[in-house]
Design a protein around this ligand. Structure first.
Ligand SMILES: [Zn+2]
Length: 317
């Protein structure tokens, strides 16, 4: 990850990259290395990917580039509800469809089905049953990751800690699903856990003061009372999942559920890798991020996407 103190130094670096890059290849500015990993397989060989360490940095760079009319640079950010609506649909700035790029790969690109199907193949009677298992596991992981994400959102609004001391690592890390026993039970097949119970258990795990837990629960209830903008539905699972379930939790949830329910041993990193390799090309062409990237590439003639730029080059011949 590049660590530069201010926007101007980052822009300086982008200018240098721009000059060093082959004339018509794009520079892609992303939040972090996870995005870089997620997008790499789909990019043309000569694209420069620049992870800048967070959404605010990407947005600062985007604003400055726009003011300076700087060509050939495309910015990408996670769509996690903090994005001002004026930024949506801007040329040169693309938002993930779900909570982040990893969640997009997993759900929007339907990569989960192949990976889960393969890992449970010897535990089910038919491919049909395997597909049902895959859907059921992903729906469960999404439901759990959504509740977890909503509690974290409420906690962060109250400026409560979301990190804990990892006993093995002796460093502080962000809380994960596996740290909350109720969530592990839920993923293991017990009945759904009310979000209020999840919030209070997370409060205990993260040492939130008792009265703060009450605030979090109140905020959470407000969050759950919001009607989705797309379907005007107060209990829309689809929109809630898009907004709150991030890729990291989804992957972790799938691993826990597969282990508990089907005795499949697969760690998060392994699943992540497999998901990236299993993306369905048909689903890729329907993915909003991909569609906007191809549109950008076609409009500005900078090579960006793997398959498409090969076609562009052959057209030019
Ligand atoms: Zn909805």
């Amino acid at each position: 990850m590049l660590d530069y103190p201010d926007v101007e130094s980052r822009l300086q670096l982008i200018r240098m990259m721009r000059r060093a890059a082959p004339v018509a290849s794009a520079v892609l500015v992303v939040e972090g290395v996870a995005d870089q990993r997620a997008l790499f397989p789909f990019l043309a060989s000569d694209v420069t990917v620049l992870p800048v360490g967070g959404k605010n940095h990407v947005l600062d760079i985007f604003e400055s580039l726009r003011q300076q009319n700087f060509p050939g640079v495309l910015c990408l950010v996670d769509c996690d509800g903090d994005i001002a609506s004026r930024l949506k649909g801007q040329e040169g700035l693309i938002l993930s469809v779900r909570r982040d790029m990893d969640a997009d790969l997993l759900v929007e690109l339907e990569a989960y089905e192949r990976v889960i199907l393969e890992s449970v193949a010897d535990k089910v009677a038919s491919p049909g049953e395997g597909r049902r298992v895959a859907r059921q596991i992903v729906e469960l992981a999404e439901e759990v990751a959504t509740t977890f994400g909503m509690v974290l959102r409420a906690a962060q609004k109250r400026k409560l800690p979301v990190k804990l001391l990892d006993l093995e690592m002796t460093v502080k890390r962000r809380v994960e699903l596996r740290d909350v026993d109720l969530l592990v039970d839920w993923l293991s097949g017990s009945s759904a856990i009310p979000s209020v119970d999840v919030a209070s258990r997370m409060g205990t795990v993260l040492h939130w003061p008792e009265d703060r837990i009450e605030y979090v629960i109140r905020d959470l209830e407000q969050l759950e009372d919001v009607e989705c903008k797309k379907h005007f539905d107060i209990s829309c699972r689809d929109c809630r999942g898009r907004a709150h379930a991030n890729g990291h939790s989804l992957i972790e949830g799938i691993c826990i559920a597969l282990r508990a329910q089907y005795k499949v041993q697969m760690d998060r990193k392994d699943l992540e890798r497999r998901v990236r390799l299993a993306v369905d090309p048909l689903a890729l062409s329907r993915w909003e991020v991909w569609r906007r990237m191809s549109f950008w590439q076609a409009s500005f003639k900078y090579s960006l996407l793997a398959g498409l730029s090969a076609r562009m080059e052959s057209n030019e011949e």
